[in-house]
Design a protein around this ligand. Structure first.
Ligand code: GLC
Ligand code: CA
Length: 566
């Protein structure tokens, strides 16, 4: 099947090779000048997104929330946070995006609600043993008076995974489970009402024209709690080690039953709604989430975790394309998101290697994911920014030539570096407050975007930004880069435009695999070559369409990717 630039938007399987741009709404564009990005801000920037050439946007949560975890603590799944807009603003935004032929994916957070959700308030008010409490995971404490948590389980953000409530009569009472912050009580997915309510939510947004869903912590949900209560299980280990479908908390086989139900709802629509799972699972388990009978796609974090090396990139791509082919799915690629240190910075860190783990999970490779560097004060002079950006541009151009869909995170098209030094008083991430010994948190990749060199908050909004922007943001501003042919923004624009022109079957053939160079060809004669080394190498034959950096007389410099046509 071939998708030409004209029919991607209307093709039922548009998602298979889509470029999806992640918007972190409160840090994208602020239309009303209250320092927080909003839906009207997104609508105002649709022309920018269209010029950039993305096929879809994925919005991180915009639901009513106290922002205990940047909106991943949802008070109401079927409304818009008044701080960010209204349902009418939402409809207007969807219409504007669709008019620009951009699909809309929203984030759905099924593992936990916020502690301000009406169900949770009802659960606390209704007391022990009530049907209201059964929608969450309440247990009696241990110790003589139940004063000790039911188990030693730790939260992903640090500290206990249990919090004690005060019963309606004012006495200290039961404890509830929160694998994330204490403001994020975990749902009980053995309760049919929880199932029904999420189906309602999926239909609510699908009816409003949403094209797909990003499923937060998709490998959570189903738990086999009783053993988990007694065992001393590090939550981090859970994410990394789960692999047989039997772990008490993560990636249990029966979580797929939930997604089979969801799939039935997605298929009620024409075209069927799509979904992508955030599932930090072992590679051999990813296919369960991406099967066509389930969510259809899963984030594949393997490239994000890989070292910048030909061998690692080759392995990751080869393995994932084979796995996708086996199940008839399509694979995804990603280097940056709102949970990890920006890849232009990771690639410039000392140690050469890079790897980034799930939130709270620490590094999952021997590589440098930047967390320790941030914890040690995030000294910018420790980063070789030029090298980081050079590698990031090469890696991104490599990714954008691959079959499958590519996920971009707002600001990476500007080559933005991580904001590593934020005053403690300005930090917002719960990981900072709960888990200080282990990580400083994720605020550094969530700083509002610079749109203009001059002006209040670099054009983000009329009156400042909710996280402080550093002065050097001026150099990265959209207006500065727009007219510079060599800018990272223009590299992304040209790459996405070409990708549309060249878009072809989901196949790839390796044409060179050496310790420092990878080259592959796509069916219609489009090929990409990346030099992972530092010494220039010969360019393969063909017309050069685009390169991630300047080419020297027919040679491909180190840490550079070129696209060619035969
Ligand atoms: C996911 C989100 C992350 C959030 C967590 C809890 O990992 O990407 O930002 O903190 O889930 O909802
Ligand atoms: Ca605003």
């Amino acid at each position: 099947m071939s998708l030409s630039s004209h029919d991607v938007f209307n093709a039922p399987d548009w998602w298979r090779q889509a470029v999806v741009y992640q918007i972190y709404p409160r840090s994208f564009a602020d239309a009303n000048g209250d320092t927080i990005g909003d839906l009207k801000g997104i609508t105002s920037r649709v022309p920018y997104l269209k010029d950039l050439g993305v096929d879809a946007v994925w919005l991180s949560p915009f639901y009513p929330s106290a922002l205990a975890d940047g909106g991943y603590d949802v008070d109401d799944y079927r409304d818009v946070d008044p701080k960010i807009g209204t349902l009418d603003d939402f409809d207007e935004m969807v219409a504007a995006l669709h008019a620009a032929h951009i699909k809309v994916v929203v984030d759905i957070v099924p593992n936990h609600s916020s502690d301000r959700h009406e169900w949770f308030k009802a659960a606390v008010a209704a007391g022990k043993g009530s049907p209201e409490r059964d929608r969450y995971i309440f247990r009696d404490g241990k110790g003589e008076n139940g004063e000790l948590p039911p188990s030693s389980l730790r939260s992903i953000f640090g500290g206990d995974a249990w919090h004690r409530v005060t019963e309606p009569d004012g006495t200290p009472g039961q404890w509830y489970l929160h694998l994330f912050a204490k403001e994020q009580p975990d749902f009980n997915w053995d309760n049919p009402e929880v199932h029904a309510d999420f189906l309602k939510t999926l239909r609510f947004w699908s009816d409003r024209g949403v094209d797909g869903f990003r499923v937060d912590v998709a490998h959570g949900l189903k738990k086999n709690l009783d053993p988990a209560f007694d065992a001393m299980i590090g939550v981090d280990d859970g994410i990394v080690e789960s692999g047989d479908g039997q772990h008490p908390l993560w990636d249990r086989d029966e979580v797929q039953d939930v997604y089979a139900e969801w799939r039935a709802v997605f298929n009620e629509y024409d075209p069927p709604r799509t979904a992508v799972a955030e599932a930090w699972v072992r590679p051999h388990r990813q296919a369960r989430y991406s099967s066509p009978a389930g969510l259809g796609q899963t984030f594949n974090f393997d490239l994000l975790r890989a070292e910048f090396s030909a061998a690692d990139f080759h392995d990751v791509v080869d393995r994932n394309l084979k796995a996708a082919k086996e199940i008839g799915g399509s694979t995804t690629w990603v280097f940056s998101n709102h949970d990890v240190v920006r890849h232009a910075t990771r690639y410039g860190l000392p140690g050469g290697a890079v790897g980034a783990g799930a939130p709270g999970a620490g590094s999952t490779t021997g590589g440098n994911d930047g967390k320790q560097w941030l914890l040690d004060g995030g000294d910018p002079s420790a980063v070789d920014q030029a090298k980081g950006l050079r590698r990031a541009r090469a890696a991104t151009l490599f990714m954008l030539a691959l079959p499958g869909s590519a996920y971009l995170y707002q600001g990476e098209e500007l080559g933005l570096q991580e904001v590593s030094q934020i005053p403690d008083a300005d930090r917002q991430d719960p990981a900072f407050f709960r888990n200080r010994e282990v990580e400083i948190g994720r605020d550094g990749c969530r700083v509002p975007l610079p749109w203009t060199r001059e002006g209040s908050s670099f054009g983000f909004g009329a009156d400042g930004s909710h996280l402080p922007q550093p002065e050097w943001f001026a150099d990265y501003a959209v207006d500065v880069q727009s007219d510079d042919p060599a800018s990272t923004l223009n590299l992304y624009r040209r790459a996405l435009a070409l990708r549309h022109e060249l878009e072809c079957e989901e196949a790839l053939e390796w044409t060179q695999v050496s310790p420092t160079v990878l080259a592959f060809a796509r069916p219609d004669g489009w090929s990409a070559v990346t030099n992972f080394g530092t010494e220039p190498v010969a360019l393969p034959e063909g017309e050069v369409l685009l390169a991630s950096g300047p080419l020297g007389d027919g040679r491909l410099p180190g840490e550079t990717t070129a696209w060619l046509r035969r």
